[in-house]
Design a protein around this ligand. Structure first.
Ligand code: FMN
Length: 215
């Protein structure tokens, strides 16, 4: 059983195609909410606008979707994309986050509070269909212990399209764990199968990206 933990994230996700079932998250690196580290403003509503085309790879079975403000999750997403040679798409807020740290923190807190009231901040990314994909890899930074708000909006607005799909979650954080965001993903997409293993890289484990991801 312990050995399972040593299987790199992608291998586990790809192998999981053979098996089936939803179940619990099996985080590679734990820990919980604490002080944020990075820096944005606020908006309200949901509604993805025009469908956005992913950048194509040569392996159309997988799609990597990511949200990233300061680049860590984007690097991890690109590593996954390179390993799988698959399609990739960035989930972007309608209004870009401010570079000013305090403004960013204020906006993210407002957005998280709005989501708790059912109001999702607008994003400019939408996907028409996931029909061609076997697994959708979904990556995001941890914000105040939660999934970053643009990805929450994306999952909320694409829940019906993701029904029946297999989703593999990955995230980056300063040190907090991923489990709260896994629960959020399950609530946002109740009819998707969240693959049992998720991948979290914290600021101390980000340098190990190359060994944590491989197929
Ligand atoms: C608004 C905000 C809130 C954050 N909250 C947390 C947190 O609760 N726990 C944590 O470990 N890191 C937190 N961080 C740090 C980010 O999760 C971390 O730097 C992540 O790698 C950033 O990913 P990105 O470069 O893809 O945006 C927060 C960062 C921001 C901007």
């Amino acid at each position: 059983m312990k050995k399972l933990l040593l299987i790199p994230f992608l291998l586990f996700a790809v192998l999981s195609m053979a098996a089936c079932g939803s179940g619990s998250d099996d985080t590679l690196t734990p820990e919980q909410p604490e002080q944020p580290e990075n820096p944005g403003d606020n908006d309200d509503s949901e509604a993805p606008s025009q469908p956005t085309d992913p950048t194509p790879g040569n392996n159309g079975r997988y799609l990597v979707l990511f949200a990233s403000r300061s680049g860590n999750t984007e690097r991890l997403a690109n590593e996954i994309r390179e390993q799988l040679d698959c399609d990739i798409l960035e989930v972007e807020p309608e209004v870009p986050y401010d570079n000013d740290y305090n403004t960013m923190l204020e906006r993210s807190q407002e957005e998280l509070a709005a989501i708790r009231q059912g109001n999702y901040p607008p994003i400019k990314t939408s996907v028409e269909t996931f029909d061609n994909y076997d697994i959708v890899f979904i990556g995001y930074p941890i914000w105040y212990g939660s999934m970053a708000t643009p990805m929450q909006t994306f999952l909320h607005s694409h829940a019906s399209k993701l029904a029946g799909k297999r989703i593999a979650l990955f995230a980056t954080s300063g040190s907090s764990g991923i489990s709260t965001s896994v629960s959020e993903a399950r609530i946002l997409c109740p009819d998707a199968t969240i693959i049992d293993r998720s991948l979290l890289l914290t600021s101390s484990s980000l340098p190990q990206m190359a060994t944590r991801v491989p197929v």
